[in-house]
Design a protein around this ligand. Structure first.
Ligand code: DHB
Length: 310
């Protein structure tokens, strides 16, 4: 039998996506300002840059640098702030041919709540929120929350009361046991978990004898972190029952299959967008091709289907 039709439709919570290939926060602007050759209708979803309450200019340069098989960045959550987001960006989502998930960051629980409530107060086509409790580059909020199961649980419990839209929590790998944080946010009512955010790293310029990034420490992303991401997705999948959205160094369709086998139900493309903002479309095609060649009707048949040695 040869299958010509494969099915990539993906469901997280009650939301249906056309496929499980999403773009990662901070790598695809707000879904606007993209080159003309990018066809966003090929994507399952776009996850926006992190939105904070106030506008942020972010950290001084250098704030982004290439590394072997990856990239270091410390942007400092530069963004236009929730008011401008509501005024200038949300109207652009009317009739958009993909799903929009808004990433939210904050320094305090109140800030996360205010941002979410303000967005909830306007009618929009947004399908959900991804809560960034894993930014490595700010002093308060971010990773401070994401390394603490109790604090993570408290924040997500409060946010859960404010929305019926999808609530996805993005976890940091910079912890002793990511499963504990995953359990805490599942218990708080999260619909899904995104894993992983960037790994703390550093580069050194020996000519200047300076760090390659202004803030010294930064978030490492790209293929260099894929093995870490796969291990974390696999660990989380053994402890929680909500869907996991895998992120970390995906550059092609075969990498997507790796994450699905590890237990992810969907994936995000991050660093690869900087090389080619249209890579999402190519990856969707490659995933389709893989399913056809292997006579798999629905991509979900691969989720968690890893054969362990024992
Ligand atoms: C930034 C935020 C992140 O969540 C991350 O992983 C890397 C960088 C930032 O805005 O600096």
């Amino acid at each position: 039998m040869r299958l010509d039709l494969t099915d990539l439709t993906c469901k997280i919570g009650s939301v249906k996506f056309k496929n499980p290939v999403f773009t990662a926060s901070g790598t695809f602007s707000y879904g606007n300002d993209l080159p003309e050759f990018v066809d966003i209708s090929m994507l399952g979803a776009i996850i926006t840059k992190s939105i904070t309450y106030e506008l942020r200019v972010g950290n001084p340069p250098p704030r982004i640098v290439e590394t072997p098989s990856g990239m270091l960045n410390s942007i400092g959550l530069a963004n236009i702030g929730v008011n401008n987001f509501i005024k200038d960006i949300i109207p652009l989502y009317k009739n958009i041919d993909t799903k929009i998930i808004v990433n939210i960051a904050g320094s305090t629980n109140d800030e996360y709540i205010k941002v979410l409530k303000d967005i909830e107060s306007v009618s929009s086509d947004i399908v959900g929120y991804e809560i960034n409790i894993s930014c490595p580059n700010v002093e308060h909020g971010g990773m401070e929350l994401g390394v603490d199961a109790k604090l993570s649980n408290k924040l997500i419990t409060e946010l859960r009361k404010q929305t019926e839209k999808l609530l996805i929590v993005k976890l940091t790998p910079n912890v002793t046991d990511i499963s504990k944080i995953a359990e805490a946010v599942e218990e708080a009512g999260a619909d899904a978990i995104s894993a992983i955010n960037t790994v703390i790293g550093m580069g050194i310029d020996i000519v200047k004898r300076k760090p390659t990034i202004y803030k010294t420490y930064a978030g490492l992303s790209g293929p260099a972190i894929k093995p870490i991401a796969l291990a974390m997705v696999h660990k989380i999948s053994k402890t929680v029952s909500i869907p996991i959205i895998g992120i970390g160094g995906i550059v092609n369709g075969e990498n997507v299959v790796e994450f699905l086998l590890a237990g992810a139900s969907a994936i995000q493309i991050g660093t690869a967008n900087f090389r080619n903002p249209n890579v999402g479309e190519i990856i969707v095609d490659e995933l389709n091709q893989y399913l056809k060649e292997n006579e798999i009707l629905h991509y979900s048949e691969l989720i968690g289907k890893l054969n362990l040695y024992e």
